[in-house]
Write a protein that binds this ligand. Structure first.
Ligand SMILES: Nc1ccn([C@@H]2O[C@H](COP(=O)(O)OP(=O)(O)OP(=O)(O)O)[C@@H](O)[C@H]2O)c(=O)n1
Ligand SMILES: C[C@](O)(CO)[C@H](O)COP(=O)(O)O
Length: 411
């Protein structure tokens, strides 16, 4: 589409607020326990959170008014919690039609003292910054009314009874209207007020009110992605699209621990008791490997470290089997929506030899974490006789845990 405004130099100061209309009942989409369609989850969040996010992350963002149904206050509050960037919104109640809801929204926006208004359906979550920029350019070029639209691609038929085709309608010059529809605020407010005063309530978009009021409406290129979620299948497709493209929330945590070797009869490593002429000193069974892995798991969800959960000063952990600590960390991870996908431990010790026990150690990890054996790794190395490990004064362990969290999981 050729955009006559696009080439013009900015002549109009851009100062723009946004009205997001969300007061509809979504009857064509059908009932859902989540509420009307604008509050239903697509991907990881409610539809309206996606829509508002695009404005919240747009450099030219101004004041935002959200028009809701009086029954939906809690739903909106919950959706605002799911934004990727917090946004301050004014909330007003809408009316029985979209037209009345928009009027309530632009009346509220007029109080914010902005020059321009973008009017957006809450149920068009796939707007993007390039589209908003095209609208902005057109407003800066002096347009009073700007309509993003796409040329109609299908052959059009008129069938008044929905059964028998009466006529093929030439599609040349026909466009499908999208939102945000953008206006000089004063002009669209006057047009909406006049339409309301005249008793007209059948306008399905704001550009048609502008046309009715004699305001020239300039087209800018819409986006084929900018679909309106009208039916259940639109919501399912939107969900599928976002889920397919969701970036996996993969987090890696590391842990490190050292325990001193003192006189004794053996050490416990990864839950395996290995007879030895020394033992590891510690408050619990001093399983340095499981301690490091516990820290690594906790690190994947910002849950502190082993000492926060099991203070060494607490007598109940005296001599405790360290698998308790690892089980606890794994439970925290699961409760926060995480799935452990890998656990890797490196032991650094001059003695005893770990090799003969590696398989049992891996099996212990797999059992404690309830994951496959191929996701559990135990390795060992000496410290080439260097340092405190090399002198046999202690054993160290380094662990890495990899956890995949559900999209949108809050740690
Ligand atoms: N009284 C109304 C009706 C609609 N809308 C909003 O206008 C947008 C586009 O409307 P539509 O898709 O028709 O939504 P609904 O009216 O909710 O759907 P239905 O007609 O199926 O009930 C939606 O964001 C909707 O919430 C509104 O704010 N107030
Ligand atoms: C405003 C709109 O989204 C532009 O396509 C559309 O007109 C809303 O229509 P509906 O009748 O409320 O579904």
């Amino acid at each position: 589409m050729r955009d006559p405004i696009q080439k013009m130099q900015p002549k109009e100061q851009f100062s723009c607020g946004v009205v997001v209309v969300a007061a509809g009942r979504g009857e064509r989409a059908g009932q859902s326990a989540e509420g009307p369609k604008q509050y239903r989850t697509i991907g990881d969040r409610p539809v309206i959170a996606h829509t508002l996010d695009v404005f919240a992350t747009w450099a030219s963002i101004g004041p935002v008014v959200v028009v809701i149904h009086p029954d939906d206050e809690a739903l909106l509050a919950a959706a605002l919690e799911r934004m990727s960037r917090p946004i301050a919104v004014s909330v007003v109640y809408g009316g029985a039609t979209r037209q009345l809801s928009v009027l309530a929204g632009i009346e509220a926006l007029a109080k914010a003292g902005v020059r321009h208004a973008m009017i957006q359906d809450a149920v068009r979550p796939f707007i993007d910054h390039a589209l908003l920029d095209r609208c902005r350019t057109a407003l800066e070029g002096g347009a009073e009314a700007v309509l993003p639209a796409t040329a109609v691609a299908d052959t059009l038929k008129r069938a008044p009874d929905g059964r028998l085709v009466e006529q093929t309608v030439p599609r040349s010059g026909l466009y499908a209207a999208q939102t945000p529809q953008c206006f000089r605020l004063e002009a669209i407010l006057a047009a909406h007020r006049a339409a309301n005063a005249s008793g007209r309530s059948d306008f399905t978009d704001d550009a048609s009110i502008a046309e009715w009021a004699g305001i020239p409406v300039v087209l800018v290129e819409g986006s084929p992605d900018n679909v309106k979620l009208t039916l259940q299948k639109d919501i399912s497709m939107a969900d599928e699209r976002l889920t397919r493209h969701a970036i996996p929330d993969v987090r890696a945590g590391n842990g490190y621990d050292v325990h001193q070797l003192v006189e004794g009869d053996g050490v416990t490593l990864c839950g395996v008791f290995i007879p030895h002429d020394r033992k590891l000193s510690g408050h619990s069974d001093a399983d340095v490997a499981l301690h490091a892995l516990t820290d690594a798991l906790l690190a994947t969800c910002g849950a502190g470290d082993i000492g926060d959960h099991f203070p060494p000063s607490d007598p109940q952990w005296k001599g405790a089997a360290s698998r308790i600590f690892l089980e606890h960390a794994a439970r925290i991870v699961r409760e926060r929506g995480g799935v452990v996908t890998n656990a890797d431990i490196s032991l650094i010790a001059e003695a005893p030899r770990v090799g003969p026990h590696r398989q049992q150690m891996r099996e212990n990890l797999a059992a404690i974490l309830d994951i496959g054996l191929d996701r559990c790794s135990v390795k060992a190395t000496t410290n080439e006789r260097l340092g405190f490990v090399g002198r046999g004064e202690g054993i160290a362990a380094i662990a890495t845990a990899t956890v995949v969290y559900a999209p949108g999981t809050k740690a």
